[in-house]
Ligand binder design. Structure first.
Ligand SMILES: O=C(O)CCC(=O)C(=O)O
Ligand SMILES: [Fe+2]
Length: 294
């Protein structure tokens, strides 16, 4: 997958832009460097993405959502599909464990993330160029966010990923360990579980020290719920979840959004093309956002 990233991001910008994800909130396709805001002031990001839909990968050569650059199409069967299938298998193992621990009826979570239902699940390749000197050293490569879907399975090579753990206020580095992946819970699973599982806020800053002289690469798979699934705490299915929600305001887990609406809103308002002011950043926020925070 990393070789596919090298081939794809080496294409001329003009070619890559033919596959741009657009401003509607859909993420499948290419995102150029600087396409997204990293904060409320509208500072731009410093990484390019190629996002490949799970549905397009599994249905290939039939197109479900969109087409991709020739490098991706050529590698779809031999490289992308095995990566997506393995990622789905691993994420399903996590879903089964969480399902059990949350006391949900068997296969509830797997059913909400069904392989054969359309979703915003996707593979993502990320490349960030080296950031020379100290001038931009404090500027995030990817702004602070919680992940939008349910589970993230991340392979990164250099440091730079930072997280604020639940209940804490300080950024901590998440060090990549060779042969290991980083798993992260997103908003959707946090909502389904009534806040028992937390979607931690994270960001990517320029890799520390000498690592900053190298290109930074990541490979991610995001498992997101079936598009039509309404995001709400699964209180009727689990006494454990019903108990948990009692400690939160009633509206906290009644998002009133389907999975696709939640996702499109977050993607759409972090796009700089859609920015009108700091309110756009606020509109892109997820479960991490405290509307009363300054
Ligand atoms: O590149 C990384 O280490 C993290 C990427 C990330 O947080 C994301 O794509 O949602
Ligand atoms: Fe993330």
């Amino acid at each position: 997958m990393f070789s596919l990233g090298t081939e794809t991001f080496s294409l001329p910008l003009e070619e890559k832009l033919k596959y741009e994800q657009g401003d509607s909130g859909r993420s499948f396709g290419y995102k150029k460097i600087g396409g997204n805001a990293v904060d409320a002031s509208g500072l731009s990001d410093a990484s390019e993405f190629m996002n490949i839909a799970k549905d397009d990968v599994l249905a290939f050569p039939r197109v479900v959502h969109r087409d991709y650059p020739s490098t991706v199409t050529a590698a779809m069967a031999s490289v992308v599909r095995p990566f997506v299938c393995k990622s789905l298998e691993v994420n399903n193992t996590f879903l089964r464990v969480f399902n059990h621990q949350l006391g949900l009826p068997e296969t509830s979570l797997e059913g909400l993330h069904a392989r054969d239902q359309q979703s915003c699940s996707e593979a993502r390749l990320i490349k960030a160029p080296p950031i020379p000197g100290k001038a931009l050293a404090d500027r995030p490569i990817i702004g602070a966010h919680s992940d939008f879907g349910s589970l993230t399975f991340l392979h990164n090579i250099l440091g730079g990923l930072q997280v604020i753990l639940p209940g804490e206020t300080e950024w901590k580095y998440v060090k990549p360990i060779p042969g290991h992946a980083i798993c992260n819970i997103g908003d959707s699973l946090s909502v389904f579980s009534g806040g028992i599982l937390k979607s931690a806020v994270h960001q990517v800053v320029p890799p520390p020290g000498e690592q900053g002289e190298h290109e930074r690469w990541s490979l991610v798979f995001f498992t997101r719920p079936n598009n039509t699934q309404v995001l709400h705490a699964l209180v009727e299915d689990s006494p454990t979840i019903a108990e948990s929600v009692k400690q939160y305001p009633v509206e906290k887990f009644n998002t009133g959004s389907t999975a696709i609406e939640w996702f499109y809103r977050r993607i759409k308002y972090q796009r700089l093309n859609n920015r009108v002011g700091p309110e756009s950043w606020a509109a892109s926020r997820g479960t991490e956002h405290d509307p009363d925070a300054k």
